[in-house]
Write a protein that binds this ligand. Structure first.
Ligand code: NAD
Length: 369
C-alpha cells in the first residue's frame, strides 16, 4: 500500500514523540511491504516563528494533499503572552476546521500493567474500555471574535453555536461506532440549562430510531464527570459537544495513569483523518528525553486502522506497546515502582524491537499477505 502522510511535529515534546510514530510506521511498512511517504510541515509556535502564522498555506496544502496527518502538539510559554493575538492553538483549530475534521475519537482503557499507577482504585478501573466521541468543529471554541465574540475592558462574550447538521453528523458517527462495540451510547449535554443541549438531545432521540440495537442514555455533563471517576466501566461510547468533550477526555485520561498514554483521531466522513496524542506540548519536559511517546505511537496505530484499513498492522503496534509495558519498561510519567525506567528514545526502540520480534515469529504469515 502506498500512502502519503503529513507530519506536523509542532512544539515542545511534539518532535520527540513524533519521531516515535514515524519510526514505528516505518518498521510496519518494512514488515508488510507498504510504502509510506512522510512529508513535514510547520504548525503552531514553530510556524509562527518561521512564517508569522500558526497555520501557513504550505502546511494546509500539504495536509489537503495527504492521505492522513500526524500531529505532535502545539503551544508553549514562548507564545503565551496575553497581548499576543497570534497563538499556536489557532493553527490546530484552523486545521480541524479547514479539513472538516468534525469527529474526535478518544479511546480510554485500563492497561493491565499500569492499573496500579492510576490514582483511582484498581476495582474501579480494571474493566474500563470506553470511547469518547467529541464534536470538534463547532461550539464555544469557534465563536468568531469579530462577529460573535467580543471583548472590551468590562465584558467578555463567548458564543456557543451549533447547527442541526453539525449535531446530526457527530451523533450519527457515534451511533455507528457504538454499533461496532458494546452497543451502548451515552449522550452528554447540559439540557437543563442550554438551548443547544436541548437541540442536541432531540437529535439524539431522533437518530436513535435508526439504531434500535444501540441502547441510548442521556446524562448531564456534571453528572457524567462524576460518574466517570465513580463507575467508569458503565460507559461504552460517550458522545458530546466540543467543550464538554475536551474536559471529560482529560478527566478520563487519569484512568490510564498518564496523559502520555492517550491517542486520538479526528475524522470526517471519508478516510482522511488527523491523528495526535491527547497531551499538549509539555514544555516542562521538552528536549529532555523524558516524554512518553506511547500516546503518539498509539495515535499512529489508529491511523493505520481508521484511515488505511490496516487493522492487522494496527493490532501489531498495540500488541508491541502492551508487551513493552508488561516487560516493565516505562517513562517517568508512569510512576511505576518496579520495572525499568527509560527515556523517550529507548521506549521507542523497545516498541520497534517488539514489532520486529512479532514479525520474526509470524513473519511468513504476514510477509506474503
Ligand atoms: P500538557 O499536556 O502539555 O502537560 C500536562 C502535564 O502532563 C505536564 O506536567 C507534562 O509534563 C505532562 N505530560 C504531557 N504529555 C506527556 C508525555 N507525553 N509524557 C510525559 N508527561 C507528559 O498540558 P499543559 O501543560 O496544560 O499545556 C502545555 C502547552 O500545550 C500549552 O501551551 C497548551 O496550550 C498546549 N496544549 C496543546 C494541545 C495540543 O496540541 N493538542 C493540547 C493541550 C495543551
Amino acid at each position: 500500500m502506498d500512502k502519503r502522510i503529513a507530519v506536523l511535529s509542532g512544539d515542545g515534546i511534539g518532535p520527540e514523540v513524533m519521531s516515535g510514530a514515524v519510526c514505528v510506521l516505518q518498521a510496519i511498512a518494512d514488515c508488510f511491504n507498504h510504502h509510506f511517504t512522510f512529508e513535514e510541515g510547520l504548525i503552531g509556535g514553530a510556524a509562527i516563528d518561521e512564517y508569522g502564522t500558526p497555520l501557513p498555506e504550505s502546511t494546509l496544502k500539504l495536509c489537503k494533499e495527504s492521505d492522513a496527518i500526524l500531529l505532535g502538539a502545539v503551544g508553549g510559554p514562548k507564545w503565551d503572552s496575553v497581548s499576543n493575538h497570534i497563538r499556536p492553538e489557532q493553527g490546530l483549530l484552523g486545521l480541524r476546521k479547514e479539513l472538516g475534521l468534525f469527529a474526535n475519537l478518544r479511546p480510554v482503557c485500563a492497561y493491565e500493567p499500569l492499573i496500579h499507577t492510576s490514582t483511582l482504585k484498581k476495582e474501579v478501573i480494571e474493566n474500563v474500555d470506553l470511547l469518547i466521541v467529541r464534536e470538534l468543529t463547532g461550539g464555544l471554541y469557534f465563536g468568531k471574535p469579530s462577529e460573535r465574540r467580543g471583548t472590551n475592558k468590562e465584558l467578555a462574550i463567548d458564543t456557543l453555536t451549533y447547527t442541526i447538521q453539525e449535531i446530526e453528523r457527530i451523533v450519527d458517527k457515534a451511533f455507528q461506532l457504538a454499533r461496532k462495540r458494546k452497543k451502548k451510547l451515552t449522550s452528554v449535554d447540559k439540557a437543563n440549562v442550554l438551548e443547544s443541549s436541548r437541540m442536541w438531545r432531540e437529535v439524539v432521540n431522533r437518530i436513535a430510531k435508526n439504531y434500535p440495537d444501540v441502547t441510548v442514555q442521556h446524562m448531564l455533563v456534571d453528572s457524567a464527570s462524576m460518574q466517570l471517576i465513580y463507575r467508569p466501566e458503565q460507559f461504552d461510547v460517550i458522545v458530546t459537544e466540543n467543550l464538554f468533550g475536551d474536559i471529560l477526555s482529560d478527566e478520563a485520561s487519569m484512568i490510564t495513569g498518564s496523559l502520555g498514554m492517550l491517542p486520538s483521531s479526528s475524522l470526517r466522513s471519508d478516510s482522511v483523518g488527523m491523528y495526535e496524542p491527547v497531551h499538549g506540548s509539555a514544555p516542562d519536559i521538552a528536549g529532555k528525553n523524558l516524554a512518553n511517546p506511547l500516546g503518539m505511537i498509539l495515535s499512529a496505530s489508529m491511523m493505520l486502522k481508521f484511515s488505511f484499513g490496516l487493522d492487522k498492522e494496527a493490532n501489531i503496534v498495540e500488541e508491541a506497546v502492551m508487551k513493552v509495558l508488561i516487560e516493565g519498561y516505562h517513562t517517568t510519567d508512569l510512576n511505576l515502582q518496579h520495572g525499568t525506567q527509560v527515556g523517550t528514545k529507548e521506549m521507542i526502540d523497545k516498541v520497534i524491537e517488539a514489532i520486529n520480534e512479532n514479525q520474526a515469529i509470524s513473519g511468513i504469515q504476514y510477509a506474503y499477505i
